[in-house]
Design a protein around this ligand. Structure first.
Ligand code: UDP
Length: 237
């Protein structure tokens, strides 16, 4: 998010990949793709490719982390070494720890955790190919993987980002836009209630621009929600 490039990211309302400012990349989702997980999902979002697997509810180990009144939703977000242009060093780093934490918090707000005291619900999000927006894609995939696992939830979590490239506020930034744009605002909501369960901002926006970015991201989340529901209705096991 340097905002300092001479690269023209938008010209006459047309973005580098031909999209309009309010247009999402193509999104495809499929649930029930892993035999050895209780629930799973595979998602393609533009050039992002994401796999999510859910294990549990199962007894929380180590036991000292058990919560006697609620289950703990633990998300592990991991980028494969081959997921980005420059090989990513394997293993956790500050970024993956942060994304795991925000995804855990967002999903905890919809899972009926009180039904499973002392349990862990482990969600693994593997980024196989990254092109910006992977936290939104990961959260979206994790949410339908939880539903595929039959874990009681108040609703799904749907996620989408918006941001600013050049002088324009646009939805769903891809990598060049993320790297050389002015700002990125990832959002996740609980569509049924409109509750915001993730909101971050990288870069600078005026209040007016922020409001516009929020509205675009919110609309994006609602579109993502429709695709999530469709994927869940098409489950074949
Ligand atoms: N990225 C990368 N190497 C890294 C981390 C990120 O190439 O070690 C790229 C990747 O394409 C990622 C993008 O930068 O999707 C934006 O990363 P950011 O931290 O903004 O998170 P994201 O937008 O993926 O949620």
């Amino acid at each position: 998010m340097s905002g300092k490039s001479d690269m023209k990211l938008i010209d006459g309302g047309v973005r580098l990949d031909g999209r309009k400012p309010d247009e999402l990349r193509e999104i495809r989702m499929k649930v029930g793709v892993l035999d050895n997980a209780q629930g799973s999902a595979y998602l393609e979002w533009g050039n992002n490719k994401v796999l999510a697997g859910v294990y549990g509810p199962r007894e929380m180990h180590p036991k000292r982390l058990q919560n006697p009144t609620e289950a703990t939703v633990r998300v592990t977000y991991n980028m494969a070494p081959f997921s980005v242009d420059d090989r990513k060093r394997p293993g956790p780093d500050r970024r993956s720890v942060e994304i795991s934490k925000i995804c855990s918090e967002a999903l905890t707000s919809v899972v009926q955790t009180h039904m499973y005291p002392n349990a862990a619900i482990d969600v693994f999000v593997e980024i196989l190919q990254a092109d910006a927006g992977t936290r939104c894609a990961g959260l979206t995939a994790a949410s339908i993987a939880l539903a595929d696992a039959g874990i009681p939830m108040k609703d799904l979590v749907a996620s989408c980002a918006a941001g600013k490239i050049g002088e324009e506020v646009v939805v769903d930034l891809m990598k060049e836009e993320d790297n050389y744009g002015e700002a990125d605002v990832p959002l996740a909501i609980v569509p049924r209630t409109g509750d915001v369960v993730l909101l971050q901002m990288d870069g600078k926006l005026s209040e007016e621009e922020f409001n516009k970015a929020f509205d675009l991201a919110y609309e994006g989340c609602m579109k993502v929600y429709e695709i999530q529901k469709k994927a869940l209705s098409e489950v074949q096991k």
